[in-house]
Design a protein around this ligand. Sequence first.
Ligand code: GLY
Length: 312
Amino acid sequence: MIIVGSTNADVGIQRGMDILRNGGSAIDAVEATIRLVEDNPEDHTVGFNSYPNVLGELQLDASIMDGSTLETGAVAAVRGYREAISIARKVKEALPHVLLAGEGAERFAAEMGFEHQPHMVTEKISELREERLKEDMPQEVFAGLASRADLHQWVRLATDPDKTGGTVNVLAKDGRGDLCTGVSTSGWAWKYPGRVGDSPIIGAGNYADNRYGAAGCTGMGEMAIRSATAHSVVFYLKTGASVEEAGIRAMQDLNDLGGPYRAAMNIVALDSKGTPAGFTSTKGRTYIYQTSDMTRHIEQERTFVNVSQRWN
Ligand code: GLY
């Protein structure tokens, strides 16, 4: 049994391991681990108190995939609910669909009994947004952003490649050998309203298949969507590559993406035997994992793979 995560999953990984040790499923462990990250007010990239979109609204994305059946559930651009991963799981369990977005996802969350929370962003984060946006726009533009017909121009200016990522990935293998991957995020800080990243897109930010392995991504979601990065890792595993080779090849594929926007990418992966691995285009980044014989998780440096960045 093992749980693997992006380093910001450290607040929940012990809870996930306890679930596995008590005979719980990989999906229960992944959901419980991510819920603690979503509730962590110090993590500004996932769940409650994260960076909002350009208009100051928090819109969350999440997905969960069961590697034993390839069943998935996902939500995108959900406002007013902090437990995006649990709503995603309910989509998998209660509907014949795999992805709900916006108002429909919010309606479904209410139907499923999740508590509506209108105030998801603290004053401090609102002030940070104001400070950041005013670096690029005059006060009168900032004050009238919600009604501007040229919002897309201002989003381009206020874009910050260092804040295009930030997300939590959690992968688990349980005592029955089943794999699960979960991903949750508030997405790209100051994004255009309605922007959806890779986290709720199966194959892009999340993929799990018991037969081969699992992968989750953090970083600039647009890149993972265009390259189907999480699925690529699992596909390379399927062709016989080791988990180290599979992750490196999926990262290297990102260098084929043309166009003006390329930023950072990170992957955590697990093969079907439960071997963990982590990859990054930013030197020095880490991931964490804990096996059932460890009393605590360990933090491990990710394999660096060069993905050349460009912006504009
Ligand atoms: N990887 C998270 C996002 O781009 O939204």
